[in-house]
Design a protein around this ligand. Structure first.
Ligand code: GLY
Length: 353
């Protein structure tokens, strides 16, 4: 997989101009959703390089990350004469960058695309690393391909208009990057004042966070080994997310990941000796900022069944990424049913539910 260029922008206009110039094209498209069309597109229209771009707007939110939406994007690309030499700019959160990346990677067997993420989650995770796709058959990101963007342009000024819930959703992935990288970064994240955000400092933290992901993806772009480190918190997190969806009380992805981290740090302590005090400090931060996901012991079987269906498993064995220490990663770990139910007991007790 070719390496993508990730740029922490000083000026989005300048970086976007350069990124577009780097990709000679016959037609230029820009994909937005209803929100970024309304909130970000007016500013983007000022960028001279985009003045002739054909805008494609799709519905906002994960419910639109579907085959139907993808087909509607392919249809417009076809109607407007897109070719293998066209270029697509994806402007939006993870839904737009995932679906747009998939559309570009598959139309006429693929043409180049640039990601301009507008949410914290997309900046530090979804838009970087070449995973593209859509939901299918009730399963998240079930169909997709690895296809890196040519460039990812991170403009943290977009974060000033992000609501608190979307801020914390993205921050959970940053916390994960802190846990899998080094103690200094982890401590910086726990000490960051989330009540009164210093955006200049946040930009520095975002840069460090993206660097953690880039380093890992560079070593293992197709997730055969160390990229699984990025799954910390996600085995349980995805089960929480699916249960919440099934019970009609959807939660943001990053919240599910944060609660998943609580569970998987417990397993890390139990199975690989992760230090208790660092587990306590991380859980305290999550408890204070994310509240808790509620469930009772009658739902343990259902959560366990959801975890058994995770696409990260091999041969029906639940796959966990655990930590021995901050930055000391153990991939391909397993736990038996008793240990998993014990983990749910721990979660409920320490979250006070
Ligand atoms: N979101 C995890 C990964 O990109 O591998």
């Amino acid at each position: 997989m070719s390496k993508q260029e990730v740029i922490l922008c000083e000026s989005l206009e300048v970086s976007l101009g350069r990124a577009i110039e780097k990709c000679p094209h016959d037609r230029l498209f820009i994909l937005t959703d209803e929100q970024t069309h309304r909130l970000c597109m007016p500013q983007m229209r000022e960028v001279s390089f985009l003045k002739d771009a054909i805008e494609i707007t799709i519905g906002a939110g994960d419910v639109h990350k579907t085959l139907e939406t993808l087909a509607s994007v392919w249809q417009i690309l076809s109607d407007k004469g897109a070719s293998r030499h066209s270029l697509l700019v994806n402007l939006g959160g993870g839904m737009v960058t995932d679906l747009g990346g998939f559309a570009a990677a598959t139309f006429k067997r693929g043409f180049a695309y640039i990601n301009v993420p507008t949410t914290l989650l997309a900046m530090v995770d979804a838009s970087v690393g070449g995973k593209t796709g859509i939901n299918f058959n009730g399963l998240k990101n079930e169909v997709g391909v690895f296809a890196p963007a040519d460039s990812v342009l991170i403009e943290t000024e977009f974060l000033r208009s992000l609501d608190a819930q979307n801020f914390f959703s993205g921050y959970a992935e940053m916390l994960k990057h802190g846990l899998i990288s080094n103690e200094a970064h982890w401590a910086e994240l726990l000490n960051f004042n989330t009540d009164l955000i210093d955006y200049k400092y946040l930009k520095k933290l975002v840069g460090e966070s993206v660097q953690v992901k880039e380093n890992i993806v560079e070593q293992d772009p197709f997730e055969h080994g160390i990229r699984k480190a990025l799954n910390l918190g996600h085995t349980v997190g995805h089960a929480f997310e699916s249960l919440a969806l099934a019970e009609n009380r959807p939660v943001l992805h990053g919240y599910a990941v944060a609660w998943g981290i609580v569970c998987e740090l417990y397993l890390s302590h139990l199975k690989t000796g992760f230090p208790k005090e660092k587990m306590r400090q991380t859980i305290q931060f999550i408890k204070e900022n994310y509240g808790s996901f509620t469930f009772d012991c009658k739902q343990y079987e259902q959560l366990y069944a959801l975890m058994l269906h995770d696409k990260k498993n091999t041969a029906g064995v639940i796959n966990f990424t655990l930590l021995k220490e901050i930055g000391d990663i153990s991939i391909n770990q397993t736990a038996d049913k008793d240990q998993i139910f014990g983990m749910f007991d721990f979660y409920r007790e320490c979250m006070g539910i």
